[in-house]
Ligand binder design. Sequence first.
Ligand SMILES: C[S@@+](CC[C@H](N)C(=O)[O-])C[C@H]1O[C@@H](n2cnc3c(N)ncnc32)[C@H](O)[C@@H]1O
Ligand SMILES: [Zn+2]
Length: 268
Amino acid sequence: MFLCPKCKKVLTKKDRSYVCVDNHQYDIAKEGYVNLILANQKNSKEPGDPKESLVSRRTFLYAGYYEALSDALNAVVKQYVGSGSFLDAGCGVGYYLERMMLAHPNLDYYAVDIAKEGVKMCAKRNKQANCAVASVFHLPLADHSLDGLMSVFCPYSAEEFSRIVKENGYVISVTPGKRHLYEMKEIVYANPYENDEAGYTLPDFDCVEQRKVTTKICLKSKTDIEALWTMTPYVHKTSKDDTQKLYNYDTLETTIDFLIGIYQKKRG
Ligand SMILES: C[S@@+](CC[C@H](N)C(=O)[O-])C[C@H]1O[C@@H](n2cnc3c(N)ncnc32)[C@H](O)[C@@H]1O
Ligand SMILES: [Zn+2]
């Protein structure tokens, strides 16, 4: 269930709104999401990923290039979580959530992102999920209410994850593996480097497994090459000339390499 961001009391759905006992009211948008972020929890007027990068992310993901990661996440959820309540903390456009809901329709799903346009896209496609605009640093969810959550290429809060996940519940993280997009980096940089493979630091959880997903994808068009590069943090750190080296390609084979971390909440 969602909590009121102002008084932290339970929100109940009434017609097209959520309301708490103190009568704070949050309207449900026509796409089916609710805005549960307070002005002082935002660092800009439109925080999170801008609409154009969400649109290219959506095109890229729904073309199926990261399906192997999505399948692996579904397998992890089946093996470790199984049933109950599950949150996508930083859902973006909702691609992984959508495929997870199809694979495991028995769970009760929540999705939050700080980017309103992302949550809008996610809610439109995932009518059965409870979607909200919120920050992962101020999650509008009750203490110890979740059986699991995933955090895929997103900022995270160890304190908030510890507060909302039940004892023995799970955090599933996704971070880049060593060789992620290495061939793209070889084109752009004179001295490409491998990523440090770092999982999450979650003092109240035990890391029970780290699983790698490594494969090659063949980007079929300039649009797909550009969409993928735009999704990475490198895009902001690369000169126009270096970026152009990549954009001269019509097709490109590259490694995708992900580290999935599985963390179980300690007792007590
Ligand atoms: C790299 S994208 C990943 C999105 C999605 N998990 C995926 O893999 O497609 C990072 C996401 O984190 C969101 N984000 C950034 N800061 C956030 C915060 N403080 N709280 C919630 N979401 C945040 C962005 O809006 C963006 O959608
Ligand atoms: Zn309230």
